[in-house]
Design a protein around this ligand. Structure first.
Ligand code: L7J
Length: 255
């Protein structure tokens, strides 16, 4: 890759990130101190488990749609086969959503943007998966500590998505080539920002993301058994396609 190509690659990934980021950081800075009242906390906490799960599943699916748009504009992603594109999104989209969530985190009062205001971890009590939520908040906090720029977040998000180690890829070699070009883009950006040391920290964060997502899948399996009706007929179809493993879908699927 000549430098020019790398610059073009970075520019298109940064542009795509900006155009598909659902909320701009400046917008949310303005909302930073718009927190939920005690009554609103109580309203969320008095929701039933399946109601709150459905509420979050809809918002997660919303956020994932923007990640799908982001992926489509990553140079090389569209050259991959449809199946490989879907395989990468199936395992990577939640991870990118969690990276993006860290942009909407207020480290001063440990709140995250949710439903138009900033919410603390206790607002999600009725999800009945405190360990997952705490881990999600801890991850967002740790990401904020790195003080990444939007450009660094854009390249990191692309690298989280284009991962040749994902399961069930048809053409691993091709994904590897795209992954390597994105890696060079991230290395280039970090070197330009004189922050080469961030690279290994970002690889450590990728390992944390994988554990967060397997915890989410574990909770989803628990939830689907406990509330089969909600999981099979009230969750957005895209959510089921991306997160429910085949086994979950079989019994409840009505053809
Ligand atoms: O709902 S969000 O606006 C949301 C926003 C902030 C914090 C949370 C939560 F919850 F992570 F603190 C939820 N949204 C957009 C980003 C996002 C990521 C995961 C998600 O849901 C996964 C999930 C979990 Cl982590 C636990 N139990 C059921 C589900 Cl489906 C939702 C979501």
């Amino acid at each position: 890759h000549s430098l020019r190509n790398i610059d073009e690659l970075c520019a298109s990934i940064v542009r795509s990130h900006r155009e598909t980021s659902q909320y701009r950081v400046e917008e949310l800075q303005a909302l930073k101190w718009k927190v939920f009242s005690r009554e609103e906390y109580q309203a969320y906490q008095s929701k039933s488990v399946d109601e709150m799960w459905q509420h979050c599943a809809i918002r997660l699916t919303d956020a994932v749609q923007y990640v799908v748009e982001f992926a489509k504009h990553i140079p090389g992603f569209r050259m991959l086969s449809q199946n490989d594109q879907i395989a990468l999104l199936k395992t990577g989209s939640m991870e990118v959503v969690l990276v993006r969530m860290s942009r909407f985190f207020n480290t001063e009062n440990n709140t995250v943007f949710f439903d138009g205001k900033f919410a603390g971890v206790e607002l999600f009590k009725s999800l009945a998966c405190g360990d997952l939520i705490t881990a999600v908040f801890d991850f967002a906090h740790d990401m904020c500590a790195l003080k990444l720029t939007e450009q660094q977040i854009a390249l990191f998000s692309a690298l989280v998505l284009i991962n040749a180690d994902r399961p069930c890829l048809e053409d691993r070699g091709k994904v590897q080539r795209v992954q390597r070009s994105v890696e060079m883009g991230l290395t280039h950006i970090l070197h330009r920002d004189n922050q080469d040391s961030l690279m290994h920290k970002l690889y450590q964060r990728m390992a944390v993301l994988r554990s967060l997502c397997s915890l989410h899948m574990e909770k989803l399996r628990w939830f689907s058994q406990r509330y089969p009706l909600t999981a099979h007929s009230l969750f957005p179809p895209l959510y089921k396609e991306l997160f429910a493993s085949e086994a979950e879908l079989l019994p409840g699927t009505t053809h």
